[in-house]
Design a protein around this ligand. Structure first.
Ligand code: SF4
Length: 356
C-alpha cells in the first residue's frame, strides 16, 4: 500500500492536510516523474474537512453542491491526496533544499482559521521556508490578517477568481446560492495590502468563467495601481461542477490576455493602447514592435504566475493546473524554450492582432 493509500481516509485538519500531487511527489510521498523534468519548489497544502467547503463556487471542484465525498473531490482538476500534517512537515524538513515556498490554502469552513494557525505553527517549528496563505477572505478581518503576519506568513493570496463584481456574483455569490461577497473580498484585499506591503498580496484571476477581456484588463490595472500582484489561471471545467459543460477559453484568447497583462505590468501599457472588438475581446495591442517582440521572445508572459521562493525566482508553478499532460501548456511552469515560443507566436495569431 502506498503512503497515500494508507493515509487517505476521512480525516480533518489540523492533523491532516491535502497536498497537491506534484507536492507529494517532491516530498517522496507519491511516485511519478515530472513532465519535461520540471521541478516544483512550492509545497501547496489545502485544509481538509469531512464536511468540506461551505462555499459553492460554480467552477470549483470542491463546491458544496458538487456530488461526491469531499475527500474524493479534486481541486483545480488535480488530485490532492490527504496526508498527516506531521508527516508532511517531517518531509518538508527532510527535503528542505527543494522547498522554496510553502502555501496553505483554506476553505470556507468554521474551523479553517484556527486550524490554519495550528498548521502554520507546526510548519514553523521545523521548516524556515517562506509561507504564503491562500486565505478564505470571508473568514478574515484586519486582526486576523495581522495575526498571520505575526506568525511569519510572508504573502497573502486571495482567490478573487472572478474579474469583477458581475461575474463574482454569478459564479460565487447570490447567483449560485453561494455565501461570498465581492465587496468583502475587496475589503480584505485592501486591508491585506496595507499590512503586508507592495506585491506581498496577490489575487488569483480565472480567465474563462464569463468575463470579457476588458473586465480582466480593468482589474489588472486596478491591482497594479495598488501594487497587488495579479496571477492568471485558465478555466478548465471540473466534472460535475455547475460549469462542467462550459468550454475552456480558446488558447488565442488566453495568450492575448497573458501578453496584455505582461505589457501592463512591465511595459506601462495604458488602457487606451488595448483595442477590443464588439465582444470586448482583445484585437490589438498598441505597443512598440520591439517591446512586443522582446516580451514574446523572452517567454515570460506565458509562464505560470505565482509566489516566488526565497531566491526571488518563481516557486509556485502549479503544473497541470489548467491543462492535461500532452496538451499545449496554458501556462508554462518553466521558461519557454525556442520551440515553445515558436508555438506561442502561432497561438497568439499575431497577424490578426495587427502585429505580424
Ligand atoms: S501563487 Fe501559489 S503560493 Fe502564491 S498564494 Fe497562490 S497558490 Fe499560494
Amino acid at each position: 500500500m502506498s503512503t497515500i493509500e494508507a493515509e487517505s481516509k476521512a480525516t480533518a485538519s489540523p492533523d491532516y492536510v491535502r497536498t497537491s500531487l506534484a507536492a507529494a511527489m517532491v516530498l517522496g510521498l507519491a511516485p511519478g516523474r515530472f513532465y519535461r523534468d520540471v521541478r516544483l519548489h512550492c509545497i501547496n497544502l489545502l485544509l481538509t474537512y469531512p464536511d468540506g467547503c461551505r462555499a459553492n463556487c460554480a467552477y470549483c471542484g470542491l463546491a458544496r453542491a458538487r456530488p461526491g465525498s469531499y475527500d474524493d473531490k479534486s481541486f483545480i482538476r488535480v488530485d490532492w491526496p490527504t496526508l498527516s500534517t506531521d508527516l508532511v512537515v517531517e518531509r518538508m524538513a527532510r527535503y528542505r533544499s527543494d522547498v522554496k515556498r510553502i502555501c496553505l490554502s483554506m476553505v470556507t469552513h468554521p474551523y479553517a482559521y484556527q486550524d490554519s494557525l495550528e498548521v502554520i505553527r507546526r510548519i514553523r517549528e521545523r521548516v524556515d521556508a517562506p509561507i504564503s496563505a491562500l486565505i478564505a477572505p470571508n473568514l478574515f478581518d484586519r486582526a486576523r490578517l495581522e495575526e498571520l503576519h505575526a506568525l511569519d506568513v510572508s504573502n497573502i493570496g486571495i482567490g478573487l477568481d472572478a474579474a469583477g463584481e458581475r461575474v463574482f456574483g454569478r459564479t460565487r455569490g447570490r447567483g449560485i446560492g453561494g455565501p461570498l461577497s465581492w465587496s468583502q473580498y475587496w475589503d480584505v484585499v485592501e486591508a491585506a495590502r496595507a499590512i503586508y506591503g507592495p506585491y506581498r498580496v496577490n489575487c488569483h484571476l480565472v480567465v474563462g468563467i464569463g468575463e470579457t477581456d476588458r473586465e480582466i484588463t480593468d482589474i489588472i490595472f486596478r491591482l497594479k495601481e495598488r501594487q497587488v500582484a495579479a496571477y492568471l489561471f485558465c478555466f478548465y471545467p471540473e466534472a460535475d461542477s455547475s460549469m462542467a459543460r462550459r468550454q475552456r477559453p480558446p488558447l488565442v484568447r488566453y495568450r492575448r490576455v497573458q501578453l496584455a497583462k505582461h505589457l501592463i505590468e512591465h511595459n506601462g501599457l495604458q488602457p487606451g493602447q488595448i483595442r477590443y472588438n464588439s465582444k470586448e475581446r482583445i484585437v490589438a495591442l498598441d505597443a512598440p514592435p520591439d517591446v512586443l517582440e522582446r516580451a514574446i521572445a523572452g517567454g515570460i508572459p506565458f509562464m505560470t504566475d505565482g509566489c516566488p521562493g526565497e531566491d526571488g525566482l518563481l516557486a509556485c508553478t502549479r503544473p497541470f493546473g489548467s491543462y492535461r499532460p500532452g496538451e499545449p501548456f496554458r501556462d508554462y511552469p518553466f521558461r519557454p524554450e525556442p520551440d515553445d515560443t515558436a508555438r506561442i507566436r502561432k497561438e497568439l495569431r499575431l497577424p490578426d492582432l495587427g502585429q505580424a
